[in-house]
Each structure stands twice: as structure tokens, then as C-alpha cells.
Ligand binder design. Structure first.
Ligand SMILES: [Fe+2]
Length: 485
């Protein structure tokens, strides 16, 4: 499955490596009341760690892409020194329709889209990202869809959040909560104008701002940045390509003949207020953090220079990197400095190790931060993380945590130590880890300040936890403040 000698493009639809082994769906929803713990479970760890990912309920129609599957949640609830596990699908309309039909009804993004469907050509799987805001955990979709509200800790899908019916568009994965004001900044994108919108939901859960952004054309979007006063939006170089679609290819191209742009807009601003900064052509899935230093905006992320397999503009590559369909995953830790006084952008690569799904202590989101925690991509053609790297952008040591041989981890969430000093790295990192050969799965608890040490605790999960996407830590105090739909 992970041999670098595998030519993924030569595989037939049912041979997708992302339907097999460590990626294969789990079809049972279980509840395990008391997990066996190896090591010492920190007594102050109290809350729910949730991870979402792609888990197709039915065998796909046509070619399968790792981004296509139904959203499934895997959660560990820490309570009074004990831990329990649950997994549940996100109950989307699409999943319900397919369960009623007893088969897959939608094709995925590698197939020609079926625009005859009244609810859109793609199934809104809510499979991508989790945000906790105004007392609700919401599952969000990378192509922009509905915000599915999921109750904790039982993982029941309560329905979709429309903000009193005021949300006129959809919402993309990677809405962000500004920790000081409690406001949630969100965006959505579409193939027709306006190609991008952004908005704000207040701490009380009211949609208080929503504005369209003028872009020269449709763009693939994935994330935004927030600072104390601004939102950072992207006009990157990966764009839909109808010609390639006609040719039956992945309908994206990398426009290298124009600059990419990063837009800086006041949180409650409009299109006219956006300051656009021209930068080298790129694509990026994930922003790590952004903040203001006087007149300068600092942005950290995992930048991809050559995001498409088979792009004629690609240089000759020295090594293979993971592929997801035609997407080439070679993200490198990168910093941009955007000078509001001069309009100039400076950028620099901070490391040459490929990492994705970076996270940090979210209490520092939008403020100056030092540390980020990056899953390290394994040297395989499929998407696996063989370690975790802690970076310090203020010049401290880079610390590497290797998973045991043959085990692969995922995105971490940072859980602050209860009653601690509030230091940025005083807390725990949580992630699911899976042994590829056996499917044995564990949740690992790591000390964020001592990442070179072995896991403090390893919790045996009584079923396989497939490789997935994003994670969220919701502390017990927030569980009690949950709101019904
Ligand atoms: Fe993402």
C-alpha cells in the first residue's frame, strides 16, 4: 500500500489505495466505556478529543478520492482519570439518502460532476474539519457545505446550523474562533461569483458580518488566517480548469504566469478594504497562525510550490511525495511578512522537511506564537505521518517525536494543562496512532514541552481508527455550556 514503487495512476477504481489497509472504512459504530491505558493518564486531562475523517459507508461509484468519503468522528472522552471511546458517522442528508438506497448515489471529485442533482454535484459529507463555537461542535466540509452540529460526548448529529436562517451561502472547513473576542471568522467559496465570501459570527452565535470578495476567477481555497484586527484571504494559483475537465482529467491547473495574492481585510471590512499582497505562485492547505507586529502581518503556513501531479510546469523532482489523486502533497513550513506600510511581501522557507496538518495552542490564535506541531509526512506515495515535529519560530530547537516503527499518527490537538501558568507549550498533545500492518490503534498523549520523550500515555482503542483529517479538543467546561440546535 505504501510502497514508493506503486504507480497510483495505473490503478483501477476499486484499487484505490485509500480504500484499503489503514485507510479502509470502519463500518461499525461502537462505544467503549473504559479504555486500557499504558503509562500515566494526566489527572487534569478532562474533556473530549475528537477527530474527523473520510469513511465511505458504501463502495464508491467510479474513481474514489480520499476527500470523497462520508464524515466519521472518532472521540475519546477523558473524565475523572478515565477514558472512553466512541465513533459515529456525521448524519448528513447525503448519508441518509444513500443508506435508504442501500448504495452510493454520488460520484466523487475524480468523476465528471452530475449537475442534474438538485442538491449539487457532490455529496456534502461534512468530513473535513471541526470547530467549537458558541456552545456547539460543528463538522465542516472542504468544498463548502452545511455546518453539521454534533453533540458531545455522544457524537449525535443534531442538524445543521444556519444562524437563524441568515447564512445565505455555505461555510467551508477552517472557520476560526478568535480566542479573545470569541468571534468565529468563516469563509466559503464557489465556482461562480462571488467566488469567495467571508463573515463573522459573534460569540453569542449571531451572524454579524458577511461580505463577498472579488476575485478574477474561481480558486481552490482551503483555509484563512486571522489576526487581532484582520482576516487573511487567498487568491492562490490553483484554479479550476474546464479544459482539463473536458479531457477527463482532474479539473485543476496551476497558473504560474501570475502572482498569487494574500489579502488582508479588517474583520468587519468589505471587498474595497482588502489590501492584496503579491507573492510567489503557491497553493496551501493549512495556515498555522498569523499576527500583527506593528505595521507588519506575519503569516505561517505549510506552502506547496508544485501542487499538481503531472503539471508541465513542475521542476524535475528528486524524491516522490504523497499523492491524493492528482494532488501532490509537498508542503514546507513557510513564513510571509506583509508590510502594510509599503505594500511589500517578504517570504522565506523555514524548513525543507515535508509536514502537513500543522497545529498550535489555539489560545494563541491570531497572536504572536512560537510553537507549532507538524505531523511529518512519511516517504511513501500515500498520505501517512511517521512522526511529529515541534518548531520554534523564535530560534529554539526543532524537536522530533518519532512514532514507533510501522505506526502512523495524525493531526494533534493541544490541550492546556489545567491550573497551569498559561505558557504556550504547557499542555498535552493528543493524536490517534495506528500500526499499519495490524490496524492496532491507540490514542497517544504527549507532553508538548518535551516532545522528544515517549508518549506519557497510550490508550488502546478497541477498533481500527483509519487515517483521517482534523482534530479538536473540547474541555469539560465547554461541554457543560453546549447549546441545543
Ligand atoms: Fe484542512
Amino acid at each position: 500500500m505504501t510502497s514508493t514503487a506503486t504507480d497510483l495512476s495505473a490503478l483501477s477504481p476499486s484499487d484505490s489505495p485509500y480504500l484499503k489497509g489503514g485507510y479502509a472504512s470502519v463500518l461499525h459504530e461502537i462505544t467503549a466505556p473504559e479504555l486500557v491505558v499504558q503509562g500515566e493518564l494526566p489527572r487534569d486531562l478532562s474533556g473530549v478529543f475528537v477527530r474527523i475523517g473520510s469513511n465511505p459507508r458504501f463502495h464508491p461509484v467510479g474513481h474514489y478520492h480520499f476527500f470523497d468519503g462520508d464524515g466519521m468522528l472518532h472521540a475519546v472522552h477523558f473524565e475523572e482519570g478515565r477514558a472512553s471511546y466512541r465513533n459515529r458517522w456525521v448524519r448528513t442528508e447525503g448519508l441518509a439518502a444513500e443508506q435508504a438506497a442501500g448504495r452510493a448515489l454520488w460520484t466523487g471529485i475524480l468523476e465528471h460532476p452530475d449537475y442534474r442533482r438538485p442538491d449539487g454535484p457532490y455529496k456534502d459529507t461534512a468530513n473535513t474539519d471541526l470547530v467549537f463555537h458558541a456552545g456547539q461542535l460543528m463538522a465542516l466540509w472542504w468544498l463548502s457545505g452545511k455546518a453539521h452540529v454534533v453533540r458531545l460526548p455522544d457524537l449525535e448529529t443534531l442538524g445543521t446550523q444556519t444562524w437563524q436562517g441568515r447564512l445565505s451561502r455555505s461555510i467551508s472547513a477552517h472557520a476560526k474562533v478568535e480566542p479573545r473576542t470569541g468571534e468565529m471568522v468563516f469563509f466559503d467559496y464557489a465556482p461562480r461569483p462571488p467566488f469567495l465570501t467571508f463573515g463573522v459570527v459573534s460569540a453569542a452565535g449571531e451572524l454579524v458580518h458577511h461580505a463577498p470578495v472579488e476575485l478574477p476567477g474561481p480558486r481552490l481555497q482551503h483555509d484563512i488566517g486571522i489576526t487581532e484586527h484582520f482576516t487573511l484571504l487567498f487568491d492562490m494559483s490553483l484554479q479550476p480548469d474546464a479544459g482539463r475537465r473536458q479531457a477527463g482529467e482532474m479539473p485543476l491547473s496551476m497558473a504560474r504566469d501570475r502572482a498569487s495574492r494574500i489579502g488582508v481585510v479588517p474583520r468587519f471590512g468589505s471587498n474595497d478594504d482588502i489590501r492584496w499582497f503579491e507573492v510567489e505562485p503557491f497553493f496551501m492547505y493549512h495556515v498555522i497562525n498569523a499576527w500583527e507586529e506593528g505595521e507588519t502581518i506575519v503569516l505561517l503556513g505549510c506552502r506547496i510550490a508544485n501542487p499538481l501531479v503531472g503539471d508541465p510546469g513542475n521542476p524535475r523532482f528528486e524524491k516522490a511525495v504523497p499523492e491524493l489523486g492528482n494532488l501532490r502533497i509537498e508542503p514546507l513550513f513557510h513564513r510571509w511578512r506583509l508590510d502594510l506600510a509599503t505594500g511589500q511581501a517578504r517570504e522565506e522557507r523555514l524548513d525543507d522537511v515535508v509536514t502537513e496538518f500543522p497545529r498550535m495552542n489555539d489560545a494563541f490564535l491570531g497572536q504572536r506564537s512560537r510553537y507549532s506541531y507538524h505531523p511529518r509526512l512519511a516517504p511513501t506515495l500515500t498520505f501517512l505521518f511517521d512522526g511529529l515535529i515541534r518548531y520554534d519560530v523564535e530560534g529554539g530547537a526543532t524537536v522530533v517525536h518519532d512514532y514507533p516503527q510501522g505506526w502512523y499518527g495524525g493531526e494533534v490537538s493541544f490541550a492546556p494543562r489545567a491550573g497551569g501558568s498559561g505558557a504556550e507549550d504547557e499542555g498535552y498533545l493528543l493524536t490517534f496512532v495506528q500500526e499499519e500492518a495490524t490496524g492496532r490503534s491507540e490514542l497517544h498523549v504527549l507532553d508538548a514541552a518535551d516532545l522528544a520523550a515517549p508518549a506519557m500515555a497510550r490508550l488502546a482503542i478497541p477498533q481500527r481508527v483509519p487515517t483521517g483529517y482534523h482534530t479538536r479538543w473540547v474541555p469539560t467546561a465547554e461541554l457543560a455550556r453546549q447549546r441545543p440546535l
